[in-house]
Design a protein around this ligand. Structure first.
Ligand SMILES: [Mg+2]
Length: 397
């Protein structure tokens, strides 16, 4: 079998990858809807993989893997990897999880990072009312993650939140020592959420990046006894193009609160120090940023050898990304906690993807399906309606 084309179209805001072959089998991959700018980056790899046998996934990846980097620049390679596995599975007549060693579980647990309600403010009562809505969500989540501190707009809403100049804009530009007022505000927000969730639903907190070491440690120690599931990306993380494992280790070694990072990290090599020095307790690679599902699987096994847990990231990965997350999470070892459930936007995405369970999530779990490849189909007739003019040939052979 030979790759005949690599295409990329924006469907909604998601870059969707399609690889075609000379045997009429095609494969799909997808990147986060935050990354519509990736299309030319995907197409950059086209000439490097044309003519290759897509079922030799690793051999194809060796041609392109080294020409990518941390989030957002690992996403194009990752989406291509997923499309290759989709083809390999379809060619073999097996779901991807079988090709990765078989499933360890029949249903995979998900946590809430994608079912969101608008915040009415950033004071403790607003955090409480917001998680109350999530607790009632139809997915019946057993674990909810909420953005606080530097990962949320709080620094712009609370005066003198930290000793630094507030930087406007997204992707977490703020960093610095918190004021006592800012610190106490943060703590009160966490207490308010715990009051709502009690011990019925777990609470994880996406915190940064932006904490300095003393504040990270102060927060981790202050919530000891509150049984927080994890504190995510305190020091570095989302959109930070480096890891700083030694700094994480300094925090992790001194607290019983689980410390988590890793969603922006590309490739196993960049997880090595974090894992080998036990710098965190939980890692959260995203299959669509780390370099693909086989890369995530490998890192997960290596993490397990070091007593580190897995909670893969995925909030904006869309429905093709959801299928990839289900396939790989079904194969992870007992260090698996849950993956971050992606919702699709706009809503019509649910009309163009066939093969997902209905409802998708029941009591915080997704049942693993058994169809070949990713096990989902893009209804090209329906999806065609949403293609932009320049992408109108996307579904053609
Ligand atoms: Mg995060």
């Amino acid at each position: 079998m030979k790759i005949t084309d690599l295409k990329c179209a924006l469907i909604g805001n998601y870059p969707v990858v399609r690889i075609t072959t000379d045997e009429g089998i095609d494969g799909y991959g997808q990147a986060e809807w935050f990354k519509p700018f990736l299309k030319p980056h995907v197409l950059f790899y086209r000439d490097m993989i044309l003519g290759e046998d897509p079922t030799n996934v690793e051999r194809v990846m060796m041609r392109i893997r080294r020409m990518a980097s941390f989030k957002p620049w690992g996403a194009a390679v990752s989406a291509i990897e997923v499309a290759l596995w989709d083809i390999a599975g379809k060619a073999a007549g097996l779901p991807i999880y079988k090709l990765l060693g078989g499933k360890v579980r029949d249903k995979v647990r998900v946590y809430n990072g994608g079912v969101r309600f608008p915040m009415n403010g950033y004071d403790p009562e607003h955090f409480a009312e917001n998680v109350a809505k999530m607790k009632e969500a139809k997915e019946g989540f057993s674990l909810i993650k909420q953005a606080i501190a530097f990962h949320s707009p709080t620094p712009s809403h609370v005066d003198n939140y930290f000793y630094g100049e507030v930087q406007p804009g997204g992707r977490h530009p703020n960093r610095g020592l918190m004021t006592e007022k800012g610190f106490k505000h943060t703590l009160r927000c966490i207490e308010a959420m715990k009051e709502i969730l009690g011990d019925e639903v777990g609470l994880a907190l996406d915190c940064g990046p932006g904490f300095v070491i003393p504040d990270a440690l102060r927060l981790a120690k202050a919530v000891e006894g509150m049984n927080i599931a994890w504190l995510e990306d305190l020091l570095t993380g989302d959109y930070t193009p480096y890891v700083m494992a030694d700094q994480y280790r300094e925090v992790t070694r001194q607290t019983s609160t689980p410390i988590h990072t890793g969603e922006q990290i590309y490739l196993r090599q960049n997880f090595r120090e974090l894992i080998e020095t036990n710098a965190v307790n939980i890692i959260g690679p995203d299959p669509l940023d780390i370099g693909g599902i086989a890369e995530l699987k490998w890192v997960s096994e290596y993490a397990d050898l070091h007593g580190i847990l897995m909670a893969p990231h995925g909030t904006a990965d869309g429905l093709i990304g959801l299928a990839a997350l289900v396939q790989v999470s079904a194969t992870l070892g007992q260090n698996y906690i849950a993956f971050e459930y992606p919702t699709a936007t706009p809503e019509w995405w649910y009309d163009i993807v066939e093969g997902l369970p209905n409802p998708i999530v029941k009591d915080s779990f997704i049942e693993v399906w058994d169809r070949p490849g990713l096990g989902i189909t893009l209804n090209s007739k329906e999806a065609q309606k949403y293609l932009r003019e320049e992408d109108k040939d996307f579904f053609r052979a």
